[in-house]
Design a protein around this ligand. Structure first.
Ligand code: NDP
Length: 452
C-alpha cells in the first residue's frame, strides 16, 4: 500500500489538468484534482469558449447587413447583452457539468478548494492535509494588470464576460489576441472601440503581411479606431467617464477600459518555496522536457510554464505526461512543430508554421506566394472586405514552411494545412492537389506565380 493518499494529485482542473488526471486514472492511478473555481479552467470559463460564443454573437451584425445583397429584408431592432450573457453562461454551466462527469467517470476525485504546498509531498487544501507521490501543477495564468497610475480602473478579460451592460465607448489597451478579438466582439455588438497599441503594428509574431491586411480591414469598420504607437501614461476617473491619457498627450474618453496586455502564470499563492519548485523571471514554473520541475516528482505544464499558452498544447502535454508516468509509454512526446493558431477577428486570421520574417531569420532561401482577393460571398453582399493568403516556401527542399490567411473561415481552413505541414508537404504537393471549387481555400493550391 502506498505511503501517500494519492498516486497523482493535480492542482487545477483546467484543460491540461483535467486531461492528465483523467488519463492517469484510466491507467489505474489513484488520482485527485483540486480546483478553487469552476471546472474547465480559463478556456471553458473565461477564455476560448465564452470568447468564441461572443464572437459568433458579434458576427451576426455583419451577417444581417450582408444579407441585403442576397434579397433579405432584415429589420434589426436591437441587441440584448444580458440575453447573450445568460445563454453563454448556460452553455458554460453545461460544460462545467461535462467536465465533472468526465472526471468522475474516470474515477478522479474532485476536491474543491485552493491547494498550497506545505512540503514537497504535502498540500493544504483549505485546511485539509493531503499527501501525494506525484503532483502536477496545472494552475494556468491570469490577466496582467495595467502598470500605470490609475491602471486599477481598467478591467481585464476576466471581468468582461460578466459585465452588466455593453459599454458605449471602450478603450482596449494591447495588441495581442485578446485585444484584437474583443475589438471585434464589442464593435460588432455596438460599442465604439478604440484600440491603443504601443508598437508600430499589432499582433507581433504573426506574419507582417497578415498584420497589415487585418489592420487595413479593421480600419474600414465604423465602430473601430486603431491607434498604433500609442501607449498609456495614466488613467483618470471623471464623474461620468474614464479618461485614458496617452504618452503622446492624446486623451481618450470612454466608459470602460480593457487591459489586454498579456497573462502571467498564477503561482503566487501556491507556496512553491516549501516544495523547492523554482520559477523563472516572469513567474513561470521552470520545467525540463519531461515537465519535471526542480523537484522531480512535481510536474508542471500548460500556461503556468512557458510552452505556448494555447489550450490544445496544455491538453497534449497533460495527456503525454500521464501516459509516461502511469501508462508505461515513455516514447510519447508533444509535437511543438507547426501549431496552427487563430485570431477570431473580423475577418479572422489563422496561421501555421514560419512567418516570412522568421524563415528569413533562420537563413532559409525562401519563395513567397501570395494572393489577395474579394471573397465570392462579398460580390453580392457588397461588403468591402478582402481575403489574403500567403505561403512561405523553402527553395532548397520545396517544403512549405508557413501558411497564413486572413479571411472568412481562415481558422477552419488552416487546421487541415497544419496536418499537411506536419507531413512535410512541398509546394509541388500543393500544386498537384486538385482545387475544391468554389472556395477561398482553393487559392492555397492554385498559387503558381512567385511574388516578385
Ligand atoms: P498577448 O501576449 O497576445 O499580447 C499582449 C499584448 O499586450 C501585446 O500587444 C503587447 O505588446 C502588449 N503589452 C504587453 N505589456 C504591455 C504594457 N505594459 N503596456 C501596453 N501594452 C502591453 O496577450 P493577450 O493578453 O492578448 O493573450 C494572452 C495569451 O492568451 C496569448 O498569448 C495566447 O497565447 C492566449 N490566447 C489565445 C487566443 C487564441 O488562440 N485565439 C485568444 C486569446 C488568448 P508587444 O507586442 O509590444 O509586446
Amino acid at each position: 500500500m502506498s505511503a501517500y493518499d494519492y498516486d497523482y494529485f493535480v492542482i487545477g482542473a483546467g484543460s491540461g489538468g483535467v486531461r492528465s488526471a483523467r488519463i492517469a486514472a484510466s491507467h489505474g492511478a489513484k488520482v485527485a484534482v483540486a480546483e478553487s473555481a469552476a471546472l474547465g479552467g480559463t478556456c471553458v470559463n473565461l477564455g476560448c469558449v465564452p470568447k468564441k460564443l461572443l464572437a459568433y454573437g458579434s458576427d451576426y451584425h455583419a451577417h444581417f447587413e450582408d444579407s441585403k445583397g442576397y434579397g433579405w429584408d432584415v429589420d434589426i431592432k436591437s441587441f440584448d447583452w444580458p440575453t447573450l450573457i445568460a445563454n453563454k453562461d448556460k452553455e458554460i454551466e453545461r460544460l462545467n457539468g461535462a467536465y465533472r462527469n468526465t472526471l468522475e467517470k474516470a474515477g478522479v476525485e474532485i476536491i474543491p478548494g485552493y491547494a498550497r504546498f506545505t512540503d514537497a509531498h504535502t498540500l493544504d487544501i483549505d485546511g485539509r492535509r493531503i499527501t501525494a507521490e506525484k503532483i502536477l501543477i496545472a494552475v494556468g495564468g491570469q490577466p496582467r494588470k495595467l502598470p500605470v497610475p490609475g491602471g486599477a480602473l481598467a478591467v481585464t478579460s476576466d471581468d468582461i464576460f460578466h459585465m452588466p451592460s455593453l459599454p458605449q465607448k471602450i478603450v482596449i489597451v494591447g495588441g495581442g489576441y485578446i485585444a484584437v478579438e474583443f475589438a471585434h466582439i464589442l464593435s460588432g455588438l455596438g460599442s465604439e472601440v478604440t484600440l491603443l497599441y504601443r508598437g508600430e503594428l499589432f499582433l507581433r509574431g504573426f506574419d507582417d503581411d497578415l498584420r497589415k491586411a487585418l489592420a487595413e480591414e479593421m480600419r474600414k469598420q465604423k465602430n473601430i479606431k486603431l491607434c498604433f504607437n500609442s501607449d498609456v501614461d495614466h488613467i483618470e476617473k471623471q464623474e461620468n467617464s474614464i479618461i485614458v491619457h496617452g504618452t503622446d498627450s492624446t486623451q481618450h474618453s470612454c466608459d470602460l477600459v480593457l487591459a489586454a496586455i498579456g497573462r502571467d502564470p498564477k503561482t503566487e499563492g501556491l507556496n512553491l518555496g516549501a516544495a523547492g519548485v523554482e520559477t523563472g523571471k516572469s513567474g513561470q514554473i521552470i520545467v525540463n522536457e519531461r515537465y519535471e520541475t526542480s523537484t522531480p516528482h512535481i510536474y508542471a505544464l500548460g500556461d503556468v510554464t512557458d510552452t505556448p499558452a494555447l489550450t490544445p498544447v496544455a491538453i497534449a502535454e497533460g495527456h503525454v505526461l500521464a501516459d509516461r508516468l502511469f501508462g508505461k509509454r515513455e516514447e510519447r512526446s508533444v509535437n511543438y512543430e507547426n501549431i496552427a493558431t487563430a485570431v477570431f477577428s473580423a475577418p479572422p486570421l489563422s496561421t501555421v508554421g514560419l512567418t516570412e520574417a522568421q524563415a528569413a531569420e533562420k537563413g532559409y532561401d525562401i519563395a513567397i506566394y501570395q494572393s489577395g482577393f474579394r471573397p465570392m460571398k462579398h460580390t453580392l453582399s457588397g461588403r468591402d472586405e478582402r481575403t489574403f493568403m500567403k505561403l512561405v516556401v523553402d527553395r532548397k527542399t520545396d517544403k512549405i514552411l508557413g501558411a497564413h490567411m486572413m479571411g472568412l473561415d481562415a481558422p477552419e481552413i488552416m487546421q487541415g494545412f497544419a496536418v499537411a505541414l506536419n507531413c512535410g508537404a512541398t509546394k509541388a504537393d500543393f500544386d498537384r492537389t486538385i482545387a475544391m471549387h468554389p472556395t477561398s481555400a482553393e487559392e492555397f493550391v492554385t498559387m503558381r506565380t512567385e511574388r516578385g
